[in-house]
Each structure stands twice: as C-alpha cells, then as structure tokens.
Ligand binder design. Structure first.
Ligand code: DTR
Ligand code: CA
Ligand code: ZN
Ligand code: ZN
Length: 453
C-alpha cells in the first residue's frame, strides 16, 4: 500500500519480516502540517512475542542474606519456623519489614489451624492494571524439625528478592504485581487455601497467573518447571533455554504445594522446583550434574535443612528466572504490529551552536506500549557531527539520549538507526527528535527521521 502525504516523499509499503513472519508494515509519513492519512490497520498477524523490558539479575548474595536471617530466626525461636511457633511470626515480620521499606502495600491475613493462629503475608506493588494481577508466592513456614532453609526459605527469599528488585527498578508494569508468603503449607496448604477460599470470585478472576516457588535451592538440584499453564511454563522454559540449561516437567507436584488451591479454581499456575526426596537418576545427573542415586534434597523435612543445604547455582538461576517471569508476564501483551513506520521528511535547520530544535512525529492507530526495541532512524546532514547532541522525546516528555556530542568526531552527517527500550511509553502520541549543535562554525539540518514499531 502506497501512502503519499502532501509535502512528503512517496512511500512504499515496507515489508518487515519478524521471526519468519512476513508482516506488511506501513510507512506513514507526516509533513509539518499534514497529518497522516487514516491508516488502514496493518495485518495483525501475531508476530513473535516481543522481548520485554530486561529483567534484572537477582544478586545471589541478597537471597542468601535473607536465608541467613531466616536461619537466625529459627535458631532464636526453638530451632524452627513452623506454623503456630514464634519462629514463623518472626519470619513474617522480617519479610514484611523489607517490603514495607521498599514501598509495597502489605497486609497480614490471619487464620486458625490446628488450634494455632496462622498468617499469610500479602504484598501489592502499587500500579498496573488492577484487573490483571500477576501473583507470585512461596510458603514461609518450615516443618517443626528444623529451620526449613531449602523448604522453603529458598522460595521465600527468592520471591522476596524479586519483589525488592521490582522496587529498586521502580518498575511500572502493564499488569499489577502481587506477592505472597503463605502460612501452614506444611500442614496441608492451609494458608494458601484460606486465601483462595476467602477471595471473592470477582477478585479471583483478576489473577491472570499465580507463580509458585517451593524448594528452589536443593543441594543435589534438578531444574523442574511446572507443566500447568502453557504460557507460564513457556516463560520459564524460555529463560532456561536462554542460559542453556535443560529443564524437565515437574511431575511429582500436582497438589503438593501452594499453587494447587489457585489451580483448583481455574487460575493459571506455574512455578519452579529443584527437587525434594525423590532420587536423581543417572540421566538427570548427566545433564544437571550432581549425584545420581541420591535424593535431590537429602535433608527434606529434616533438621539438616540449614543454610548448608543449599546449592548456590540453582538458587541463583531460579531467582533470576523468577525475576524474568515477573517482568515478562506483567508486561503489556499488546504490541504494535511489527514494521509500522512513522516518518517526518521535513527539513529542520539546526542553529549553529544554538538552542535545541525538535521535529515531531504523531503516532496513532497503535495499541499498548511502544516496544523494548523501538527503532529510531535519523538522517541529519551536518558538517562535523561531533557538534551534535540527539535525543528522542516520548509523548510524555521522557528523553532518551541517542547521541552525545563528541568534539573529535569531525565526520559529516548522522545517518544512523538507534534502538531504544521504550516499553514503558505509550505508543500513541507525539514523539519528537531533539537536536542541538553545541559548538560553532559547522551547520546543518534534520533531513528526515522515522520511528519503526
Ligand atoms: N510439598 C512440598 C515439597 C514438594 C514435594 N513435591 C513438590 C512438588 C512441587 C513443589 C513442592 C513439592 C513441601 O514439603 O513443602
Ligand atoms: Ca543472579
Ligand atoms: Zn515441606
Ligand atoms: Zn515446601
């Protein structure tokens, strides 16, 4: 489809291939006064899911510091963190304190089980679509025989650190993030059952997925992914494929941890597991290392489930996988059709050693946020390009630096394509290219520039 707009060069349809899909994108141009002709919706074949805002690496040291704290709490409270014992409530208060300090909205839900008061800790990260809640959880209680560092300090600490990473990043995901630490899992999923049973159906319907992390640091580790919701499963598999670690489907877990109550009411679930009392096979030892013929965790539900009962590598990898899943699953799911281009062909003079000027492009007809790899093509004719500072301004005014000045760069012209992670920006709106010449005696102008979504 050719679109010509007064004052602009004829435009040919751009055909972009994305992940083997040929999507006929559209090149829409806007001369200064013109507004692009209404754009026929480009084919909306679902291209390969775009990458998402890069999740951070979760520092293993931070996760282990939480484990040390949980270990100390157990030591100071009769040697465990079990339901109904002082060590459990102390664990809740530790985790809650970290979350409150990080800006989460926390609440403690009480329930009674086996004659003792139990506690669920729920933490909401402000923002995101309240009708699309991505929830992550781990049981915080141990058995009475020990400190429960792998079962389930590992899941609790990694989930806590992922939440703190959200705060450090001041993440503004499209979907709402909620985190939970469950009580009395060891008595039969009591806390998570209580939460789900007391969640109104309208609130349940808002949970787009629940991710469960119970035993993710096992000393003789396996890399198991829950095989429940396909999208969640694939998300975890993508992460591990990205770091070259083979995974297996988790087969012993249905009903055996806190994802079960969510699954039982139709909420999509997923999660990670590094193994408990089952025995690692020779084939598993071949691909994962460790010891065949030995349990994944020989201290399962035993007093030796201490800070020494952790494999750092699996804990680190699983912690990073949690962050990846939280970032990925909470990102905007509507991405503009690949290959849609908006362009401004008007020449704009750049004042020599003067004020910055801008050239605008009005983006419309797209949905959701801009992609994490927004292409910004610039064509600036200017002698001694080292004079130039170039920024992209999003519709909300956020500036993304494309090029710094460089006194030594005496070459002419800036004809380049920059990639900007604009996934936190709404796609539609007036985007601007800002150019400033910060040194005298060389001059030039913006010839054209474009955005490719
Ligand atoms: N029931 C969990 C340990 C456990 C055993 N199998 C699985 C499978 C998936 C997650 C957890 C587990 C506990 O003792 O806390
Ligand atoms: Ca890490
Ligand atoms: Zn257990
Ligand atoms: Zn557990």
């Amino acid at each position: 489809m050719k679109i010509s707009v007064p004052g602009a060069r004829r435009i040919s349809t751009r055909t972009a291939t994305a992940a083997g899909l040929a999507l006929a994108g559209l090149l829409v141009t806007a001369a200064p006064a013109a507004t692009a002709a209404p754009m026929a919706a480009p084919p909306t074949l679902r291209s390969a899911p775009s990458a998402v805002l890069a999740a951070p690496d979760i520092p293993l040291a931070n996760v282990k510091a939480h484990l040390t704290q949980l270990s100390s709490i157990a030591a100071a409270n009769g040697g465990n963190r079990a339901h109904g014992r002082a060590g459990y409530l102390a664990s809740v208060n530790y985790v809650k304190g970290k979350l409150d300090a990080a800006g989460f909205t926390t609440s403690v839900q009480q329930f009674t089980s086996s004659g003792a008061t139990g506690y669920n800790l729920i933490a909401d990260w402000p923002g995101g679509d309240p009708n699309q809640v991505v929830m992550s959880g781990a049981h915080l209680d141990s058995v009475t025989s020990g400190a429960g560092i792998n079962d389930n300090g590992s899941g609790s600490a990694a989930t806590l650190e992922a939440a703190l990473a959200v705060s450090r990043a001041q993440l503004q995901p499209a979907k709402h993030l909620r985190f939970a630490w469950w009580g009395a899992e060891e008595l039969g999923l009591i806390g998570s059952k209580y939460y789900v049973n007391n969640l109104p159906s309208a609130e349940r319907a808002k949970i787009s997925g629940y991710l469960n992390f119970d035993m993710i640091g096992s000393p003789n580790p396996g890399y198991f992914v829950y095989d429940d919701d396909p999208e969640i499963e694939q998300t975890f598999k993508d992460y591990y494929a990205g770091i070259g670690i083979p995974t297996e489907i988790e087969t012993e877990g249905d009903g055996r941890s806190d994802h079960a109550p969510f699954q039982n009411v139709g909420i999509p679930v997923g999660g990670l597991f590094s193994g408990a009392d089952y025995i690692k096979t020779a084939a598993q030892a071949q691909k994962w290392g460790g010891t065949s013929g030995q349990a994944f965790d020989r201290c399962y539900h035993a007093s030796c489930d201490t800070t020494a009962n952790i494999n750092d590598t699996v804990l680190d990898r699983n912690s990073d996988a949690i962050a990846y899943a939280v970032w990925t699953l909470s990102a905007a799911t509507t991405v503009p059709p690949a290959g849609t281009v908006f362009e401004n062909l008007a020449d704009v003079t750049v004042p020599d050693n003067g004020a910055a000027i801008t050239s605008s492009v009005t983006v419309s007809g797209l949905t959701g946020n801009a992609p994490p790899a927004l292409k910004v093509g610039v064509d600036i004719k200017h002698t001694w390009r080292g004079d130039l500072v170039i920024d992209l301004l999003a519709p909300d005014g956020t500036a993304y630096r494309l090029k710094n000045s460089s006194g030594s760069d005496s070459a002419d012209n800036v004809i380049a394509t920059y990639t900007v992670n604009a996934s936190s920006e709404v796609a539609n709106g007036v985007w601007k290219l800002r150019v400033q010449d910060i040194a005298s005696s060389d001059t030039g102008y913006i010839d054209s520039w474009r955005l490719t979504f």
